[in-house]
Design a protein around this ligand. Structure first.
Ligand code: ITT
Length: 409
């Protein structure tokens, strides 16, 4: 069955390039639909300070308006002699409503006033994907050089001025396939395709990956209980960037339940045993409003009809704690790219069983089922728990699962 993803852009070149790239990456069951075909043109104020913030703003606006899975692209050109300009203002460097030719002329004028006819530069693209269960970000860059004259007639925007490193042709002189293979958008979209394929089907993922969901639950418990030998062996098996990203995410989120020192120790252990470069770890710019928004969305997804009651109760106990939980916990940490919500919840269930936190465990078993986990998934958690923590934790988890399932509508 073909899934539709709305592309939150008014730039038809982006839709075309993204479609070609995702197709090439083997995502054949996805149809990218321009937002104009679903809701018509929409004004979205791009007032973020970073590409990431703007990509999120666009994706969130269209996701809210349509309720459909949405992909947004924020991109631009950063030129060294202009101190990184035009950057996030690339589309409106010559003013709101400026054409591509106007913007190129504005770059030419700015470079001339710096006495430069050429400069190192890079294109950056941040993609943000939002559906009801997750928010994913990927980033791609292409390094090269900007010259003030135009050459070639392909592509769009600053393509006639940009020569990527290792080539002597401008982007505008390349075929779409040549550009898409090496471009910032190509890189970000390839990475997004990897995540979408991996998160869509755990089963498929497990068969090509060294780390299964069971292993991620093991890593969670090992982080909370301080079992470096388990983390070492899992880290050695996390070969490719996607596996490292998933392991890192599991260890990072363990801080919410086991505290910073435990999470930091396990990240250090995983890093040392990984042999390769740093484990993948993506620092998002801190935006409390953004985290609050997506935290509320995720928390509501997990807690369903009890969400409002729970929030009201927290408000009477401690408004600060309520806000930390939503902003820091759900919005900043548990909404990050790399793991599906169901996977995050099963890892949390494993940790809570290991730590014997019975009332939180009850909520998260219910939450795991609400975001698509099955009773088989919970049985898998029980097996991991008995393996690493013994009978007592296993009994707690088993009786909790029974209690939740018996109360399910
Ligand atoms: P949406 O916001 O509606 O997606 P936009 O074109 O305004 O469309 P951005 O705000 O992300 O998009 O600005 C991106 C600008 O950066 C774009 O208009 C070009 O000027 C430039 N740009 C981005 N990717 C480019 C590429 O592959 N080739 C040439 N110029 C590019």
């Amino acid at each position: 069955m073909t899934r539709k993803i709305v592309v939150a852009t008014g730039n038809s070149h982006k839709v075309q390039e993204l479609s070609e790239i995702l197709n090439r990456c083997g995502i054949s069951d996805v149809e990218l639909v321009p937002m104009s075909a679903v809701i018509g043109p929409m004004e979205i104020e791009e007032d973020g300070q970073t590409f990431q913030d703007n990509a999120h703003l666009k994706a969130m606006a269209v996701f809210k308006a349509t309720g459909l899975a949405t992909l947004a692209d924020d991109s631009g050109l950063c030129i060294d002699v202009l101190g990184g300009d035009p950057g996030v203002r690339s589309a409106r460097y010559a003013g709101l409503g400026a054409s591509d030719a106007d913007n190129r002329a504005a770059v030419r004028a700015a470079m001339a006033s710096n006495g430069a006819s050429s400069s190192p530069a890079r294109f950056v693209c941040v993609l943000c994907y939002i559906d009801p269960l997750r928010t994913l970000f990927t980033v791609g860059e292409s390094l090269g050089r900007i010259d003030v004259d135009d050459q070639g007639s392909g592509g769009f925007g600053y393509d006639p001025m940009f020569t990527p490193d290792g080539f002597d042709q401008r982007y505008a002189e390349m075929t779409p396939e040549e550009k898409n293979t090496i471009s910032h958008r190509g890189r970000a979209a390839e990475r997004m395709a990897e995540l979408l394929i991996a998160l869509e089907s755990d089963r498929e993922y497990s068969s090509v990956s060294g780390l299964t969901l069971e292993d991620l639950c093991r890593a969670s418990i090992a982080s909370a209980l301080g079992r470096p030998e388990v983390i070492e062996s899992l880290s050695r098996r996390a070969q490719d960037p996607l596996q490292r990203l998933r392991l890192t995410e599991v260890l990072l989120q363990s801080y919410l339940f086991a505290g910073f020192p435990a999470a930091l120790d396990s990240l250090a252990t995983a890093h040392a045993a990984g042999r390769s470069s740093a484990l993948s770890d993506h620092v998002e710019s801190y935006r409390a409003d953004l985290f609050e928004e997506r935290g509320q969305m995720l928390c509501r997804e997990i807690y369903g009809s009890v969400y409002d009651k729970m929030m009201a109760r927290f408000e009477t106990i401690s408004p600060s704690m309520r806000s930390w939980m939503i902003i820091e916990g759900y919005g900043k940490t548990l909404s990050r790219a790399g793991l599906a919500t169901r996977e995050r919840e099963l890892c949390i269930v494993s940790i809570l069983a290991a730590l014997g936190r019975s009332s939180q465990l009850y909520s998260h078993v219910r939450g795991a089922l609400a975001v698509g986990a099955t009773e088989d998934d919970l049985e898998m958690c029980q097996n991991v728990v008995v393996e690493l923590c013994g009978r007592r934790a296993y009994d707690l988890l088993q009786s909790t699962v029974r209690a939740v399932v018996s109360k399910a509508p």
